[in-house]
Design a protein around this ligand. Structure first.
Ligand SMILES: NC(=O)c1ccc[n+]([C@@H]2O[C@H](COP(=O)([O-])OP(=O)(O)OC[C@H]3O[C@@H](n4cnc5c(N)ncnc54)[C@H](O)[C@@H]3O)[C@@H](O)[C@H]2O)c1
Length: 337
């Protein structure tokens, strides 16, 4: 029997991502993985072989298990809403994979259900739990970067092609959740163009532009058809510029003391000069994001804290993606949020 200070975790979905969640919750001292569920017998068999935890092919048994206080959902997106709704109605806290749901309406309902039942709803926006993104957030908040000009990210590789969602639903939640976390201004519209080359109607490359009611602008390039793997974001401010390369193991965040200076005194012609100062790479302790996420989920449940990436943060990302999807269908037309 679990004590009050320990959280019983039930994991639903043991495909590609589920095992990473199980591994990190198994290591988190205040949680215990009670049961793992997957509809595919080969995956439950693998789960038993890898972690000696009870399994079931029926997710209702996970939600109905009295020792399970929190349900972790790592199924394909189409199942997120119905499983999360069932779990919340059964009084369980929920951690749900990105993107939180397949529609804004579904995400809104889950947010309302969690609030009405006083339950924790946390969306796994993994990169928000990296020390790198957190360090960038601190730099922005300290004023070191100055006024933000733009956010420009590239997330490309060869694969992994998904059968149920396009590249926007698969990869853009990462960049859009980083963007929402770093930038406090609220976006007003989105435009997106993309193409499907392999699976008809399923874009494998897309370019999203997020617009604000000021001069800040964000651009996200996601692509399953690139010969090289890149995970790189530029955040440009009036004082400094940051390059975050998630694949750089030694110096993932570099701060460039570079910028443009203008001569404000000349009314007829703007004189531009360039400032090129030092490049620094702050020391950032490496830690697996999912380990921080598992700790945070336990903290939120045990101390009734609001998650950093709560249902509303998940809804915001779904809102951006749904608008991007509408824009893809309208030849890149700007879609209001
Ligand atoms: N945060 C991240 O960095 C990250 C990375 C990869 C995937 N994901 C997300 O994780 C989720 C799963 O992605 P994946 O790549 O692991 O997919 P996957 O297809 O490899 O795994 C999903 C698993 O869910 C199982 N499943 C489906 N319906 C089920 C049900 N009713 N009950 C129990 N199991 C069920 C499937 O059999 C499958 O094994 C998606 O939402 C995806 O966006 C997140």
């Amino acid at each position: 029997m679990l004590t009050d200070s320990k959280i019983g975790i039930g994991v639903i979905g043991y495909g590609y991502w589920g095992p990473n969640l199980v591994r990190n919750f198994a290591r988190e001292a205040r949680s215990e993985v009670i049961v793992i569920s997957d509809t595919r017998p080969e995956r439950t068999e693998l789960a038993r072989a890898q972690c000696d935890i009870a399994t079931t092919e029926d997710h209702h048994e996970v939600i109905g298990n009295p020792d399970v206080t929190a349900v972790v959902i790592a199924t394909p997106v189409a199942m997120h809403y119905s499983i999360a709704k069932e779990a919340l109605l059964a009084g369980k806290h929920v951690l749900i994979e990105k993107p939180m749901a397949a529609t804004i309406a579904e995400a809104e309902e889950l947010v309302a259900l969690a609030e009405a039942n006083n339950l924790i709803l946390l969306v796994d926006h993994t990169f928000v739990y990296t020390n790198q993104v957190r360090a960038i957030k601190s730099m922005i908040e300290s004023g070191e970067i100055g006024d933000l000009y733009y956010f420009d990210s590239v997330r490309i590789a060869l694969g992994l092609f998904q059968s149920d969602v396009n590249v926007v639903w698969d990869l853009a939640p990462h960049d859009l959740s980083i963007l929402s976390f770093l930038v406090s201004d609220k976006p007003v519209s989105v435009s997106a163009v993309g193409m499907a080359h392999v699976q008809p109607g399923q874009e494998d490359i897309a370019y999203l532009t997020v617009h604000y009611d000021n001069t800040f602008i964000a651009h996200v390039h996601v692509n399953w058809m690139a010969p090289v793997k890149m995970r790189r974001t530029i955040i440009c401010g009036s004082k400094k510029m940051i390059v975050y390369d998630h694949l750089d193991n030694t110096e993932p965040v570099k701060v460039y003391d570079k910028g443009v200076l203008t001569d404000g005194n000349n009314r007829h012609q703007t004189l531009i000069s360039y400032r090129t100062g030092e490049i620094t790479a702050p020391l950032i302790q490496d830690k697996e994001a999912l380990s921080t996420l598992a700790e945070h989920f336990a903290d939120c449940i045990l101390h009734h804290d609001r998650p950093l990436t709560d249902g509303k943060a998940g809804l915001e990302v779904v809102r951006l993606i749904e608008a991007a999807q509408r824009s893809l269908g309208n030849n890149g037309q700007m879609e209001m949020l």
